[in-house]
Design a protein around this ligand. Structure first.
Ligand SMILES: Cc1cc2nc3c(=O)[nH]c(=O)nc-3n(C[C@H](O)[C@H](O)[C@H](O)COP(=O)(O)O)c2cc1C
Length: 150
């Protein structure tokens, strides 16, 4: 079975916590996984896996963290037509129109590279709702099913 990579970007730890929640879901389902910080990752790994999860925080005014920019810029230039990708991230609704904007930036980069999104980008507020957990669970199940089918 393929390993299911989780790429994350975090500054204060929330999005790493979310990544670790997915790690638990995957391991409980018997799926091998690894977490990779976008600050140091090479997106070329995405050319070698059938599915992946990308989790990003939003900073500035609706921007990616500075250290995640090279990863997303390189990703955009790859050919990822084989890839089915989940994209999510925790932001803060306090930022209104900029709420979780970096999640949209990553989703756009992924589709520009030819990959398909498993769900619309999942934007999660710091104060998780029951609906958020349901959507995250659903995404985890979809990712697990893809890896198990390979
Ligand atoms: C300086 C600063 C700017 C932020 N800008 C945004 C923003 O534009 N949109 C948003 O949804 N959240 C914004 N946030 C909130 C963070 O995205 C949120 O706290 C998130 O949980 C941080 O993730 P992390 O703990 O993984 O770094 C901002 C936070 C800081 C400190």
């Amino acid at each position: 079975m393929e390993t299911l990579p989780i790429f994350y970007s975090t500054q204060t730890g929330h999005n790493l916590e979310l990544a670790l929640w997915f790690v638990n879901q995957f391991r409980n389902a018997g799926v091998d996984t690894m977490t990779v910080n976008m600050a140091t990752a090479n997106p070329i790994l995405l050319t070698k896996v059938p599915t992946a999860l990308i989790i990003t925080g939003t900073y500035g005014m609706g921007e990616l963290a500075f250290e995640a920019l090279p990863f997303v810029e390189k990703l955009r230039q790859l050919s990822l037509t084989h890839l089915q990708c989940g994209v999510t991230g925790i932001g803060d609704r306090y930022y209104h129109n900029d709420f979780c904007k970096a999640v949209d930036v990553v989703a756009k980069a992924v589709t520009t590279a030819g990959a398909s999104l498993l769900t619309p980008p999942l934007k999660i507020d710091l104060e998780f709702t029951a609906d958020d957990w349901q959507r995250l669970n659903q995404l985890a199940i979809q990712l697990i099913q893809i890896v198990q089918a390979v």
